[in-house]
Write a protein that binds this ligand. Structure first.
Ligand code: PR8
Length: 466
């Protein structure tokens, strides 16, 4: 893969993920195969969130009055909001925003719902489309103007401590999720100038794409009491006093799908983790005239036994060359292929072929379900190890700004450095070497800031970002 951008664009088309020819910039059509992948990726997340959150669905439109209420928040989004000004030919009394995110849609309702401490904690989420008029270069799934898998969770708590604990829980949820997708990540606390508009602080997950640029794939925000004050989200505590709630919110987008495609893919196309591949196994009968029907019969019964075990299986019995089938299913990233021909039948076996490392081996048909299960597990862990090793090798420590500039120019990736944590120093670093400070990875003292030479307070990361 020499040019990631080109590869990414081509694979989205070839593997029939999306059609990017829709005539509105930053908006795309999900094609059937892409939609299946989107569904599997979302299902995993929803299953995790459902354990501890209630799913809701809020309207797409937000009245200008509500959006404008929280000053810092609206300032952060003012360049990005799409407005509806007319209903038919009639100009509306009050403009309506297409949600860029749903704080200002949800929180006026939270104020009505939350009455007593017994109503807390409140934990809800929704998966919706959101609209952001992005002015930076748009890219399918990575920077879109219609985000189609925006999964946003919003919580209200009675104490600051509980909200802080919720931030930790949300981080654990996203770790579990990204692990199932075999996606590697770094977690940082975003610098103050890059936190979510209205948040006390923002924790972010970033991954490194094959071109060495980092991509923010998820964020967890501690909102403190800022929105609770604005929207009057109060509750009566056991002593009968009225108190303001503490809030958090966290969200993921189509970028997760972009990362699954980009990080695991290779020159043969997609390589999907078994957990999310629309088809986990494809069975290809190797048919010669002799014994053709017998082979097909075996393939059909294997398909139904595997389906009974809960695997997603496809039998490709089209009358075309086996080689063409292999090419197509490899390109679509199906983790495991099973080939059965007359000779395999004689030996009561089948040939298994892994998409992740190209390994081929023979397995006895009597215990093929166990063999498949173990192989899929091994594929997941191999994909995870490979992706983590690649990401870690792309995070390099540097001692000074010039070294950081060289590393970024020549080797891309993420740079780790000792930092004083000051805003002025941080912005200078960003400007001088045209990077973004991702944030603080861990607090620590003892060192010296690699730029301004004052006392370092933390280890931080910087990168060229999407
Ligand atoms: C919130 N409110 O909104 P956030 N294209 C694709 N993905 C995007 C884009 C885009 N244009 N913009 C952001 N994302 C909070 C939390 C409710 C939920 C992705 O937070 O503005 C990024 O991965 O940080 C980001 O981490 C996530 O959406 C949440 O957006």
């Amino acid at each position: 893969m020499t040019d990631f951008s080109e590869w990414f664009h081509d694979i989205l088309e070839e593997a029939e993920i999306i059609d990017s020819r829709y005539p509105v910039k930053g908006m795309h059509v999900w094609l059937p195969h892409g939609f299946q992948l989107r569904k599997e990726i979302l299902n995993i997340l929803k299953n995790i969130l459902d354990r501890d959150h209630d799913e809701v669905l809020f309207p797409l439109l937000i009245p200008e009055g509500e959006l404008a209420k929280e000053g810092i928040h609206v300032k952060g989004f003012e360049d990005e909001v799409y407005w509806i000004t007319h209903g038919g030919l009639t100009e509306l009394n009050q403009k309506l925003a297409l949600r860029p995110t749903s704080e200002t849609a949800m929180y006026p309702m939270f104020a009505l719902w939350v009455r007593s401490h017994t109503d807390l904690p409140l934990k809800v989420y929704q998966t919706v489309n959101t609209f952001r008029y992005e002015t930076k270069h748009t890219r399918p799934l990575i920077r879109v103007r219609e985000i189609t898998t925006f999964t946003e969770a919003h919580t209200v708590h009675s104490t600051r401590k509980e909200a802080e604990e919720q931030v930790e829980k949300a981080i654990e949820i996203y770790k579990e999720y990204f692990d199932m997708l075999a996606l590697p990540y770094v977690i940082t606390r975003r610098p103050v100038w890059d936190k979510f508009p209205g948040a006390d602080y923002t924790m972010a997950f970033d991954t490194i794409m094959p071109d060495g640029k980092s991509l923010q794939i998820g964020t967890v925000h501690n909102l403190g009491q800022t929105f609770a004050k604005t929207f009057e989200i109060t509750f009566e505590n056991p002593e009968g006093d009225h108190k303001l709630g503490y809030q958090t919110c966290y969200g993921l987008s189509d970028r997760v799908i972009a990362s699954v495609i980009g990080i695991h893919g290779d020159d043969s196309g997609l390589c999907l983790p078994p957990a999310v591949s629309p088809k986990q196994i494809v069975i290809v009968p190797i048919i010669f005239k002799k014994k053709g029907e017998e082979v097909l019969e075996k393939c059909r019964s294997l398909k139904s036994s595997l389906e009974k075990e809960g695997f997603r299986v496809h039998l490709d019995d089209r009358d075309i060359r086996a080689g063409k089938k292999y090419y197509e299913w490899e390109m679509r990233g199906v983790p495991l292929r099973i080939e059965i021909g007359p000779r395999d039948l004689e030996k009561n076996s089948a040939v298994l072929s892994r998409r992740d490392n190209g390994e081929k081996f023979s397995a006895n048909l009597d215990n093929i379900c166990d063999e498949v299960e173990n192989t899929l597990k091994s594929i997941t862990s191999h994909m995870k190890e490979k992706a983590w090793a690649k990401m870690n090798s792309n995070i390099r420590p540097v001692e000074g700004l010039e070294e950081a500039r060289d590393e970024i120019e020549n080797n891309k990736g993420v740079i780790s450095f000792d930092w004083c944590g000051n805003e002025e120093c941080g912005k200078e670093i960003e400007e001088k070497i045209r990077v973004d400070i991702l944030g603080v990875q861990k607090e620590e003292d003892g060192g010296v800031c690699f730029h301004c030479s004052s006392k370092a307070t933390c280890r931080a990361l910087l990168a060229r970002t999407y």
